[in-house]
Write a protein that binds this ligand. Structure first.
Ligand code: PRX
Length: 633
């Protein structure tokens, strides 16, 4: 098994990096161990104390109602997350404090203060109301990584509408599936986004995606220039600027029950259809707020930068909700990290004196390739904390990050979590030593274990399944319209949450994540289901059958390889390979396109007809194929 080999290499990593004294001195959490011990003794008490740092219209009656596998947190509590993200700061003298600094690829900068953001959010919220959107209605957001997109998310939360952000790099097929599943009443989009200097139109994609979907009542278009809304587009389309121009900058926040839905975010699972992970208001607010505060150790004057896109959970929790709840200034950046040159990101760190920087290993590995001369050009002495997320960080990349970005003076927090968990779950906090390649220890109150398939605890330094034994505030509450898929997380190994990852722990309790244990591929930190890609391939008229695997990739972590059986009479060709790649791109988006497509006559299957991807992968990587007793022939 490739994971097992990887594990053997990583298990040898014994180094520990002590945090600099100045960082420990200012840290919110000084003594992780004793606080952790305290937190597991009284989970509810711990989270209640955190929740008290936030504003509630009405306090909860009960912290947790655990009706396995369904949890309710802060039962009876009433709040509005936007009130904590915006109004609280405006009332506390931070009206003129910058909330976001936005930058595009041409380094055009736009700043918005907490006061201005509140007004913008309220205008959009009133605009939504004027379109007939009410509490509980779904709104899809297909917009680039911009302040406007964040404001639309917050406007939904302001009035209790459930947002469903769809990454603007997805194509029409993926967008349609998500709009359809959520039955979105309104879709927000922009005329275009820009990447590597190229304009990528978004409106035509939306038009194709909603074709024939009668439940979509309005498409609101943020026209960033280009005059995309001509007369003949008709009444379905609304101009964003027109919508908010005359609407009031005041909008009372909807009083939300702690368990009222906040958003749906689709993510890949092991079947072809993405799952709509549902997060609710109170618990998500509390845990994203508190992990932002303690893991990133945010203080009043910090400048924070999470390089993710709002289309992913990392953007939701650590560009938007958790960060705003802490009232700091953060960067939001549109476009490619290395365009117009590989110094782009580091020039922003220098210019804005960024203190806390959060990115993915795939980006670090890309910058490693460009060479250390790029970060060396800039003064990055403002940095204090460096975060990693999305995939395992290999020790080589860890060291490069530590030396070349952190100059040996920063701490690295390697945060393990998922769309489903809503917030950080396993990570070091800045005041205790990190080990390269190991995420760290469980966050407060969480009991994490590494077990075999029967749920039996494994000894240290053994690879097994990562499970979480106790509910946490920001956990997903269900999968939209598919409770059975939600229940599967908790009954794959009865009684515990099955994360789908392989991991091991060492004698000091540091957890190392090795990658997915299921048919999910992690390409550049993005989750892609093998079945999703297979379905897209099979949808092409030339394809009879397809099987997809992930292969180790130097920069992306994993890349996609597809094995394809063609229909009778169809000849393999390079042209067909390109056609199939284009087809997947149109169906799902660029991130799901296989790097390699191999035409085969047969696929290894079980006697019941299930494709054994494990066998394909072992063959591809030249590894032992393991137990093949169920193989058909
Ligand atoms: O395999 C783990 C990997 O990303 C998966 C979750 O993907 P997603 O829901 O898209 O959320 C990504 C951002 C939170 C996990 O099951 N993963 C995430 N963070 C890490 C990680 N693997 C190793 N180390 C991490 N720090």
């Amino acid at each position: 098994m490739a994971e097992q080999e990887k594990a053997e290499v990583l298990l040898k990593v014994k180094e520990k990096y002590e945090p600099p004294k100045e960082i420990v001195e200012r840290a919110w959490i000084k003594d992780y161990e004793s606080l952790y011990q305290e937190s597991v003794k009284d989970r509810e008490g711990f989270w209640a104390k955190v929740a008290e740092e936030l504003h509630w219209f009405k306090k909860w009656d009960k912290v947790l109602e655990w009706n396995y596998p369904y949890a309710k947190w802060f039962v009876g509590g009433k709040t509005n997350i936007t009130y904590n993200c915006l109004d609280v700061h405006v009332q506390n003298g931070k009206r003129n404090k910058v909330a976001y600094i936005y930058l595009d690829e041409d380094n055009n900068e736009k700043k918005i203060t907490y006061g201005e953001l509140l007004e913008l959010v309220n205008r959009i919220a009133n605009g939504l109301k004027s379109l007939g959107v009410q509490k509980g209605d779904r709104v899809s957001i297909y917009m680039p990584n911009t302040i406007e997109a964040v404001a639309v998310m917050l406007a939904c939360a302001r009035i209790g509408a459930i947002h469903s952000v769809v990454f603007a790099g997805f194509s029409e097929g993926a967008l349609r599936t998500r709009i359809e599943d959520a039955k979105a009443k309104v879709v927000f989009t922009a005329s275009y986004t820009k990447r590597r200097g190229k304009r990528i139109d978004l409106l035509p994609t939306v038009e194709k995606a909603i074709d024939g979907l009668d439940f979509v009542e309005k498409v609101v278009v943020w026209d960033r220039g280009g005059d995309v809304l001509s007369e003949e587009k008709g009444e379905l389309f609304v101009n964003f600027d027109e919508l908010i121009k005359n609407s009031s900058p005041d909008c009372e926040p909807e009083v939300m029950d702690a368990e009222d839905p906040l958003f749906i975010l689709y993510t890949s699972g092991t079947t072809g259809k993405p799952k709509g992970v549902l997060h609710t208001t109170g618990g998500y607010m509390v845990q994203t707020y508190y992990t932002s505060k303690t893991v990133f150790d945010l203080h009043e004057d910090d400048i924070f930068w999470c390089t993710a896109d709002i289309g992913w959970i990392t953007g939701h929790s650590y560009i938007v909700y958790g960060i705003l709840a802490n009232g700091v200034t953060s960067l939001i950046v549109e476009g490619a990290p290395d365009y117009p040159n590989p110094g782009r990101w580091w020039s922003y760190v220098e210019k804005y004196r960024v203190n806390v920087f959060y990115t993915a290993p795939t980006a670090i590995r890309m910058f490693m390739r460009y060479g250390e001369e790029w970060p060396a050009k800039y003064d990055m002495s403002s940095l204090r904390i460096l975060g990693s997320v999305g995939e395992p960080i290999n020790p080589e990349a860890w060291h490069w990050y530590y030396e070349n970005i952190g100059k040996g003076k920063c701490v690295i927090v390697d945060t393990w979590w998922q769309t489903e968990t809503g917030a950080h779950m396993i990570t070091t906090v800045p005041s205790y030593p990190a080990k390269p390649g190991k995420a760290g220890k469980p966050f407060f109150t969480l009991e994490v274990d590494i077990v075999d398939k029967d749920g039996k605890r494994l000894p240290p330094d053994t690879v097994g399944f990562l499970v979480i034994k106790t509910p946490w505030p920001s956990m997903l509450r269900t999968c939209w319209g598919e409770p059975e898929r939600y229940e599967k997380y908790w009954n794959t190994i009865p009684g515990v949450y099955f994360a789908g990852d392989l991991a091991s722990y060492d004698e000091e309790g540091y957890i190392m994540i090795l990658g997915r244990a299921d048919d999910v591929i992690n390409v550049a930190g993005h989750r892609i289901g093998t079945m999703e890609v297979e379905s897209a391939l099979v949808d092409h008229p030339a394809v009879a059958e397809a099987a997809v695997i992930g292969k180790p990739h130097e920069v992306k972590g994993e890349s996609i390889k597809a094995f394809v059986i063609l229909k009778k009479g169809i000849e393999p060709s390079d042209k067909l390979v390109e056609e199939l790649k284009l087809h997947v791109r149109n169906e799902l988006g660029a991130i799901a396109v296989p790097d390699e497509i191999e035409f085969v006559e047969k696929l290894p299957k079980t006697r019941s007809g299930k494709i054994m991807r494990r066998v394909l992968k072992a063959q591809e990587l030249g590894l032992d194929v393991g137990d093949v007793s169920t193989l058909e022939d």
